[in-house]
Design a protein around this ligand. Structure first.
Ligand code: HEM
Length: 486
């Protein structure tokens, strides 16, 4: 172990803004954090201070980082770890889910036993489920567009992508039909664009409100009404019910899974159960964690993907040419009968580049966090134990030292076929690297190909396109698009 004596002056050797007594930099972040737009402070600060700077809010010391080499060190060196803080903040909410487990034996057991749930058969299932739900949606979209008399329909793309991914994850995780894509249309087949203000399936806002407060308050305060787990009992109970009610009339029969992908006879819950490694609490938490980690992320990625393709004609046309050559030249309703197969995926190199570029420009998970485990030195700065290191992927991916014209959406940056991990860390690196990366990419590819072959998307001009960063980056108001069936 490296011995480093830490002095107060070492902290101030790091670049950073003036720190107020007690509250530190809380004031500078307060406004952006209230809007879930912390990047409004962080990104300009990188331009002012360089790729590493300090930040303190009350007793919490944070170092923001956007240097590729230093980021690799943080994720792979023993001087840093995933500490217990996140799990503590999730107690009673989702404390046994893989994404919150700290380094150690429990995390290792969970990681090892979750792996079978991400087998190639599950990927095929995810692929089939994405195709199925886009197909159902396409049918309704076509009917709605016809009903308007103009052959187009205007909808909020965020609602569409969230609904698709909710339904896909329902199938893949626990053979349960959430039926979200159906709620996009009313009884007359007309689109419903208002967001549900209460989502019993995955109420992310309510989930993270207490977690966010817990992260910055001492545990004795958590008993206060404001911070208690309260609302979260609802979605947790909801999952318990659906996971356990596999034979009830409320859940689709598990045979449905077989019809989706004949070689995938098990959903992810079945695979977790088979390992016999988890008790009931852990099972529920893992399923809910997969839903949390795998639904919003991929839905936001699909939202940004369609946004980029709608705004970038040369990229879209080249992609469509590749799909026509490899899959089939069918478009419109005919395309749903000549679907892309799972085997096509490896024969669409340009699609692969488009997805990689999507994750560079819209990394979706903007910050990945570690804690200093033993005194260490990073980029020449001494760091005390307990400091949180927040690696900012979005800023890394826009670094002009690494990327030429970083703001341009240019899939050819990835034409050399190098794995995404080699060039960016959007799915993390090291032992905690995203376990669902392949699943997310399969779902995205299936969904975007099916949608592009059947519709054109035009972003409605003049709307406020406001990115926020709650857990994932998304657009606060969504994105209104005009959808025209081909
Ligand atoms: C666009 C899609 C996705 C993105 C950008 C993404 C990103 C990430 C990142 C950056 C990490 C690493 C966090 C760290 O190092 O601390 C991670 C971990 C994780 N992801 Fe994903 N993810 C995506 C989709 C999924 C999906 C589809 C699932 C599951 C169905 C999933 C499940 C997980 C889990 C369980 C972990 C924790 C792994 C561990 O700590 O061992 N993710 N993800």
């Amino acid at each position: 172990m490296q011995f480093v004596r830490y002095r107060r002056s070492d902290w101030f050797a790091l670049p950073g803004d003036f720190e107020w007594p007690l509250i530190g930099n809380f004031i500078q972040m307060y406004g952006p954090a209230k809007e879930s737009r912390q990047f409004k402070y962080i990104s300009p600060a990188f331009r002012r201070f360089g790729p590493i700077f300090r930040f303190r809010a009350f007793g919490t010391r944070l170092v923001f980082l956007a240097d590729p080499e230093a980021a690799k060190i943080v994720f792979t060196s023993k001087a840093y770890h995933k500490g217990p803080e996140l799990q503590q903040a999730f107690v009673g909410i989702n404390q046994y889910g893989l994404p919150v487990l700290p380094d150690g034996a429990t995390w290792k057991r969970h990681r090892r036993n979750c792996q079978p749930a991400f087998s190639p058969a599950s990927l095929r299932l995810a692929f089939a489920a994405a195709n199925k739900h886009v197909d159902h949606l396409s049918h309704s979209l076509r009917k709605a567009a016809q009903a308007t008399g103009q052959g187009t329909v205007v909808m909020n793309l965020k609602r569409i992508t969230r609904s698709i991914l909710t339904d896909v994850m329902g199938d893949v995780l626990l053979s349960h039909s959430f039926g979200r894509t159906k709620t996009l249309f009313d009884a007359n087949g007309q689109p419903v664009n208002e967001e549900d203000d209460r989502d019993e399936i995955l109420d992310v806002k309510r989930l993270f409100a207490p977690v966010a407060v817990r992260m910055v308050t001492p545990s004795w305060m958590w008993r206060l009404k404001l911070i208690e787990k309260g609302e979260m009992v609802i979605p947790r109970g909801y999952y318990r019910h659906h996971a356990q009610a596999e034979n009830s009339e409320e859940t689709a029969p598990r045979d449905m899974v077989k019809s989706l992908a004949p070689d995938a006879t098990h959903d992810m819950l079945d695979r977790l159960i088979e390992t016999e490694a988890f008790d009931d609490e852990e099972l529920i938490d893992e399923i809910f964690a997969f839903m949390l980690a795998g639904h919003d992320t991929t839905a936001s990625a699909l939202l940004f993907l369609i946004f980029e393709l709608a705004s970038n004609t040369p990229v879209r046309e080249r992609l469509l040419r590749e799909i026509a050559e490899v899959v089939s030249p069918d478009v419109g309703a005919a395309a749903s009968h000549s679907q892309m197969t799972y085997e096509h995926l490896s024969r669409l190199p340009y699609l692969d580049c488009v997805i990689k570029e999507l994750f560079r420009v819209h990394p979706v998970t903007r910050d990945i966090v570690r804690t200093v485990r033993e005194p260490t030195v990073l980029m020449g700065y001494k760091l005390p134990v307990g400091t949180t290191i927040s690696v900012q992927t979005a800023d890394l991916n826009m670094d002009p030292r690494v990327w030429k014209n970083p703001k341009t959406f240019d899939p050819d940056r990835f034409a050399d076929g190098a794995p995404l991990q080699q060039k960016t860390i959007v799915f993390g690196i090291g032992q905690h690297v995203c376990i669902g990366e392949k699943m997310a990419i399969v779902e995205l590819k299936a969904a975007v190909v099916a949608l592009l072959r059947q519709f054109t998307f035009r972003v409605i001009p003049g709307q406020d396109i406001v990115p926020i960063n709650s857990i994932t980056t998304t657009l606060v108001n969504g994105l209104m698009v005009e959808i025209t069936p081909l």
